[in-house]
Every structure is written in C-alpha cells, then in structure tokens.
Write a protein that binds this ligand. Structure first.
Ligand code: PHE
Length: 453
C-alpha cells in the first residue's frame, strides 16, 4: 500500500448499513424526478427498455467492480486507483480516474442541490395547503413562480448544501448510516400508495402503456445515450461514490449479492415513480415531455385532489428531500475523504471547503432557470449543460475506464478473490460483461452519437 494511506478510514457497522447507504446513494432524485421526465421526453417504452438493459449489462458489473476496488484498498477513490495500478504494475495515470470522479461529484451536486431545493420548497407548499383543490394550470403557476425567483432558489439551495455538509461532517457511522435507516423503507411504501392512487385516475392503462410499450421509432442516438447515462447516474456509478462506500465495507460481505439487491431496489423505485406519475400526467391532460418540472407539475394535482392529500403531500416531499440527501452525501464523500486522508484536514474543515465550492457552482444552475435562461452554449442552458456533461459524458467515460481496469488491468486472481462468488459461472459471467460487453456498449453508444455508426 502507498504512504498516503492512513488508518483513519472508517467502516460500516454491518452489511445492512452498507446496503442502506449504497441504496440511499442510488435512490434519489434520479429515480423520482429525473427518470420520469427523461422517459417522457424520449418517448417512453423503448427508452425504458434501453435503460433497463444498460442497468443489467453495464451498470451491475461496473457497480461490482467499483465496490471491489474500494474495498480492496480501503482508501478514497484517488488513492484507490493509485494503489491498484501500482499493485497491477500499470501506469500511474490511472489515478486521474479518481480525480475525474471527484470533479464529476462537485458538478453533479451543484445542480442536484438546486433541484433538491425545489423539493424542499414543495414541503412548505404542501404544508401550507397550496395544492388544495388546485387544477393543472394553478399547479403550473406555482412551479413557474418558484423557478423564476433566484432569491427563493438560492435560499433552498443553500439550505440543502448546509444539510448535506452537516451530515457528511459527522462521518459515516453517525451521520450517513443513521440518516438512511428509516428513509428508504418509508419512501418505498409511499410510492406504492401513490401508484394505488394512480390506478383511480382513469388513465392508469394509458400511463402504463406509455411507460412499457416500446416504440423504437421514437429512439434517437441521443435518447440511447441519455438512457445509458441515466443507468450510470441512477446507480451512482462512474464517479467514485460507490467506490468510496465500498471502501468502508467489511471484508466478509458478498459484493455480488449486495449489488444485485441495490440495483434491483433502485430500478423498482424508478419504475414505481413512473407508474405513479404517467397516469396523472394523462388524466390531467399534461405533456409527458414537460421536462424537469414534470413531477412538480403532476404530483401536486394528485395531492390537492385526493383524500388525505395534505398529509400525503407533506410526507412525500419530505421523503424526496431525504432521498436526495442520502444521495448528495455520497456525491461529495470522495472529495471529503480525499481532503481528510491526503490533505490532513478534519472532516468539518473538508466539508466547509467542499460545501462552498458546490454552493458557488450551484448558482449557475439557479440562474439558468431565470436571469440567465436565455443563455445557451451548444444549444443548452447551464443546467442542461451540466446534466449532459456529467450524466451523459463523465459518468459513462468513468465507467468505461473502471470496466477496462477491472477486466484487463487488475490481476484475475485479485478480482476473483475480492468478488468471491459462490458459483464459478458467476465470476465468468461478470468477467465477460466487464471486459467486453460493458466497455464495447459504452463505446458503441458514443460512436453512434457522434454519427460514426
Ligand atoms: N444515484 C443518484 C440518484 O439517482 C444520484 C447520484 C449520482 C449519486 C452519482 C451519487 C453519484 O439520484
């Protein structure tokens, strides 16, 4: 191991703690806010199938590789890549992969926090009864009013950054573990209730058809890239979040079983969110392609018109904020772990620094919804640019490199030992997916997007 390693690195208190934390990282705005709106924008069914295939064939093997990297070295992602490349006798430059992840984490959190701020603002709106008896156009006005106000957005964004950093500052056992223990199960129950409500709207079948009936003529090269990028985003892979969580994982736990459980839960949450939202979209005569405001323009209609909707609304947005929090803490953990382990900062100092940087970057997203909404670079607003750069480019590139490292550079006996699969066929399958299928798929999608294929 390298001289940079220190023994300050923590450890999860149990397998369940890791499962909850990693599920907490995976399940977030990506599942409930992003998945429905990008599925809506990309025509539904066919997009959903590509996304599911990417989760299974690319996402799961890469998630196993990332967990294994972290656990093998028990260091932050930058040092992990350094140590692993030394161990494999490979080029030192692999540690830049860790750096790319840290940067992606800052960039994602900067806009993630603004959207989580919308969700926080909606807790208050739900609480004060703003959705009561409202129709689609009133709900639309409510949303437009919020995003038009830089002051309100900055307020909620700041609050969310402070909340994230205060949890991360407490460290993994007291902060992160405790926060996710109750949140995940409650969120799940809540979504099932919402799907039950969606069944009463009269447009349930239409919603389900939209989500699950593939129409491949609607797929463009960019939708395939978006579906693949989303598989990375929703599983929190390609940037070191799962790697750093894996580094706190005790040695005697089965990585493959755990990863399947996490990816399965994550997918179920996204599909449930879609099943709850699209029936409401059609029942209220809304556009499935409404964009990032989709859940904020649809779910409040349901809350405003159903019995017990007040309580439901408050609880739902509270859960959504917590789901976002358990993801945001993992976005910044690689940077914080590096500052603590390599730069001799204490966790609190590291959190203050990273918090400020993220907060500042987040202003770009805040303004892209109002004062700078006319600004376009490559035909995109700042928010859209950040989203595209991170989810569609940085995460898949990061994932590609992780797959290449795991499949071609790391010694087979090391990955075999670390993954320790009960069935040798399981290891073989993983090895094929990680060495050939995942890197080739990412590469082909990129070629397709640039028009070579
Ligand atoms: N997976 C999270 C979500 O779906 C977002 C995330 C991406 C978290 C990358 C960590 C790393 O909301």
């Amino acid at each position: 191991m390298t001289d940079t390693k220190k023994s300050i690195h923590g450890q999860w208190s149990s397998r369940l703690a890791f499962i909850l934390a990693a599920t907490g990282s995976a399940v977030g705005l990506g599942n409930i806010w992003k998945f429905p709106y990008i599925a809506g924008e990309n025509g539904g069914g066919a997009f959903v199938i590509i996304y599911l295939l990417c989760v299974l064939l690319i996402g799961v093997p890469i998630m196993m590789a990332e967990t294994m990297f972290g656990r093998r070295t028990r260091q932050n992602p930058i040092n992990t890549m350094k140590t692993l490349s030394e161990e494999a006798g490979a080029d030192k430059n692999w540690h830049y992969l860790g750096w790319m992840g840290v940067i992606a984490g800052f960039l994602i959190l900067s806009y993630y926090s603004v959207i989580a701020g919308w969700a926080s603002a909606y807790v208050l709106k739900a609480f004060t009864g703003s959705f009561f008896d409202a129709d689609a156009s009133e709900i639309q006005e409510l949303f437009d009013g919020l995003i038009a106000s830089p002051v309100q957005l900055i307020f909620w964004h700041s609050l969310f950054i402070v909340a994230t950093m205060s949890i991360v500052a407490r460290g993994i056992n007291t902060g992160i573990e405790k926060a996710v223990r109750f949140l995940m199960p409650s969120l799940f129950v809540m979504l099932i209730l919402l799907v039950a409500y969606a069944m009463t709207t009269g447009s349930y079948d239409q919603g389900i058809e939209f989500l699950f009936m593939p129409d491949f003529s609607k797929l463009t090269g960019d939708s395939v890239l978006t579906a693949m990028g989303h598989a990375f985003f929703t599983l929190s892979i390609g940037m070191g979040a799962i790697m750093v969580y894996g580094s706190y994982l005790p040695k005697d736990i089965s990585i493959s079983k755990t990863v399947f459980l996490i990816a399965g839960t994550d997918t179920a949450v996204a599909l449930l969110a879609g099943m709850a939202i699209f029936p409401i979209v059609f029942a209220s005569g809304l556009e499935p392609a409404a964009g990032p405001g989709l859940i904020f323009q649809t779910l409040p209609i349901a809350f405003g018109n159903m019995t017990g909707g007040w309580l439901f609304g408050v609880l739902f947005f509270v859960m959504l904020v917590f789901a976002a929090l358990s993801s945001s803490i993992s976005l910044i953990e690689p940077a914080v772990a590096w500052l603590v382990e390599n730069k001799d900062m204490d966790r609190k100092q590291a959190c203050i620094w990273s918090g400020w940087i993220t907060w500042l970057l987040g202003l770009g997203t805040v303004f892209s919804f109002n004062v700078w909404s006319g600004f376009r670079l490559f035909d995109r607003t700042i928010f859209e640019l950040l989203d595209y750069l991170t989810a569609n480019l940085l995460l898949p590139i990061g994932g590609f490199c992780i797959a290449v490292f795991a499949g071609w550079i790391m010694k087979q006996q090391h990955s075999e030992k670390e993954l320790d699969m009960p069935n040798p066929l399981g290891y073989q399958a993983w090895k094929i997916l990680i060495s050939y299928v995942a890197p080739a798929a990412v590469f082909l999608v990129f070629l397709h997007v640039v028009g070579v294929l």
